[in-house]
Design a protein around this ligand. Structure first.
Ligand SMILES: [Fe+2]
Length: 457
């Protein structure tokens, strides 16, 4: 263990599914990112001096036509064959059939799941009794996540995110990795999954107008990358971001490489929402935006008639990793309990151990490629881009095939058995199977994130 980077205070545990947000409403409506606003160089792979300047000040850069649409055309075809589309009767050539599909979606959606919950059970439904969790407790992400968000129906297809063929043409596309190396510098961790394809459906005009929900993903992600899969015009649900927001939030974090909100962070977030002009990522299929991972963003406002189809990826450098972000379900009406950066999960036991706590359901935010904390707990640097490349050195192909976090911790993720491509996901495991009990409600998780480097932690 490297004491010089890890002897700093342990922040309170955070639920890995949480995002950092405040209660105030967004005040400004987004402006589209039309190509005439791009700095010179947007239509070429590489980073021009003007693009570097923009990234330093505003924390994002757009590359037009970075990935040829032909590369992911087969994935789009596959999208149209999936249950959230087929069950609605949506027809590719008939936009009238795309509107508000939620009325056809099952409330209890179990598509693409294996019977591997807690080892061998079906994933539970909202009314199923569960020895290791409260009835109705969340099960974490589903491979086909269907929601109604601020008036628009959304399908987040996380199950395609770990599909090797999809990863190859999206998060790990050679042109994407080239840009990531130019921005972050090597060694770049070759992603093993993407968050997947997020589809925002057009709504019925009689439904309420969609609204922004600005937040910052509380993930250990250095670059948040979004790729347009179908052309997007203004007010058609384009990924919306707040330029410069990462730079405003950065000095309020207690750490440089893990987001640890402090008492100054909410005021910074409120200021961003009140005063920063948001932009919506509009463009053509294959356009890609690279954002600093702490950029405040929102699903876009969608008053259009097309399906907004985009993919979202988490890109990172290879770094020494801290613990996986585990979370244990609440039980007997009690609250959920989360693992801290030291790999400790503490269940209040009031002096009386509950032997059955070892059977609590433990999950993690499996949709992201970066699910482990950064081991280094340094405070924010004077220059937030101190460790970045930002075009200083040419990309040399320094891409490392680091094992995926689910492989490091021997968790199932990929579809197996009778589950078809596009499904899968990490089920809950009993607490006692992934952590060791130390008494007084204290459970310790092992650190396995760096074993592949050949070092003993
Ligand atoms: Fe988000």
């Amino acid at each position: 263990m490297n004491q010089s980077v890890n002897d700093r205070p342990t922040p309170p545990p955070v639920d890995p599914e949480d995002a950092f947000h405040t209660s105030t409403e967004a005040t400004l409506l987004p402006l589209p990112t039309t190509p005439d606003l791009d700095p010179p160089g947007a239509d070429r792979i590489g980073l021009s001096p003007a693009e570097v300047d923009q990234f330093r000040e505003f924390g994002y850069v757009i590359k037009r036509g970075l990935v040829p649409p032909a590369d992911f055309a087969a994935i789009i075809d596959f999208w149209w064959q999936q249950p959230p589309v087929v069950t609605t009767g949506a027809v590719r050539d008939d936009p009238g059939t795309w509107i508000s599909p939620r009325r056809y979606w099952p409330r209890d959606n179990r598509w693409g799941l294996e019977d591997n919950w807690m080892g061998s059970h079906p994933w539970p439904g909202p009314t199923d009794p569960r020895p290791g969790a409260n009835i109705g407790e969340r099960v974490g992400r589903l491979p086909f996540k269907l929601t109604r968000d601020r008036a628009n129906d959304v399908w987040r297809w996380h199950g395609i995110g770990h599909d090797p063929a999809f990863v190859e043409v999206s998060a790990a596309h050679p042109s994407v990795l080239h840009m990531v190396e130019l921005l972050l510098g090597g060694p770049v961790k070759r992603p093993r999954r993407s968050r997947g394809i997020y589809a925002l459906f057009p709504k019925d005009p009689s439904e309420p107008a969609s609204r922004l929900g600005p937040h910052m993903d509380d993930n250990p992600t250095e670059l948040l990358v979004s790729m347009i899969l179908e052309d997007i015009g203004s007010r058609e649900g384009g990924f919306t971001l707040y330029p410069g927001s990462a730079r405003a939030l950065y000095p309020t974090s207690a750490q440089a490489l893990n987001w640890v909100a402090t008492e100054r962070s909410p005021a910074a977030m409120d200021d961003i929402k009140a005063n920063v002009q948001p932009i919506e990522f509009t463009g053509k299929a294959g356009d890609v935006v690279f954002c600093h991972g702490w950029t405040v963003h929102s699903a876009g406002i969608h008053d259009g008639r097309r399906i907004r189809m985009a993919a979202f990826h988490d890109l990172n450098k290879v770094r020494r990793r801290g613990h996986l972000r585990w979370t244990a379900a609440g039980k007997h009406g009690g609250p959920r309990v989360n693992c801290d950066m030291d790999g400790i999960l503490t269940i209040p036991v009031d002096g009386v151990d509950d032997p059955a706590d070892g059977w609590r359901e433990v999950t993690q935010q499996w949709l992201v490629d970066s699910n482990e904390f950064v081991l280094d707990r340094s405070p924010p640097f004077d220059d937030m881009f101190k460790q970045w490349n930002l075009g200083r050195q040419e990309a040399a192909g320094h891409i490392v095939k680091e094992p995926a976090w689910w492989e490091k911790y021997n968790m199932p993720l990929l579809p197996a058995g009778s589950v078809p491509r596009g499904g899968g996901g990490v089920p809950a495991a009993p607490l006692t199977s992934v952590a060791t009990y130390e008494g007084d409600g204290r459970w310790r998780f092992p650190l396995k994130g760096n074993n592949w480097m050949g070092q003993v932690e």
